[in-house]
Write a protein that binds this ligand. Structure first.
Ligand SMILES: [Zn+2]
Length: 141
């Protein structure tokens, strides 16, 4: 049997800057030129002030666990090999929240508020997916 293929995102004109930065291992988010707010996921206007004056800016890649779950059932055949795995919603230091797998974590490692760093896993030519790693307690708080 062929190896199960991982479902991959399909970049659009709106999301392409995010994916291009991700492929280089960098987290870039939209930031509003009018009010300064960061936002994710990408949208054609600012959610806070409705300005269309958005630009892409590199974010710190640091944040904290807002909430998490431990998956024991895979949503697709590819992820079956990784069970059980932890998925977190990360509240980035810039404000927006992003969902990512927590690499190498078990439920015993997890707690709301733990500091994490976003990393990128190359999955195809020019495409990398966001993941996160737990930082040691007390690191970069
Ligand atoms: Zn704004």
């Amino acid at each position: 049997m062929p190896e199960p293929q991982r479902p991959l995102p399909q970049p659009t004109d709106l999301t392409r800057p995010y994916w291009e930065a991700a492929a280089m291992g960098e987290l870039h988010l939209q930031r509003c030129g009018a009010c300064g707010r960061w936002q994710f996921y990408p949208r054609p206007f600012c959610l806070a002030c409705e300005s269309g004056e958005l630009h892409w800016q590199r974010a710190s890649g640091l944040g904290k666990v807002y909430t998490y779950t431990v998956n024991h059932r895979a949503p697709n055949p590819f992820m079956k090999a990784r069970l059980p795995y932890v998925v977190a919603i990360v509240e980035l230091d810039e404000g927006p929240r992003l969902m990512a797998n927590v690499l190498g974590a078990t439920s015993a490692d997890m707690a709301i508020g733990r500091r994490v760093q976003i990393t990128f896993e190359p999955v195809a030519d020019g495409l990398a997916l966001p993941q996160c790693s737990l930082l040691a307690d007390g690191a970069a708080a």
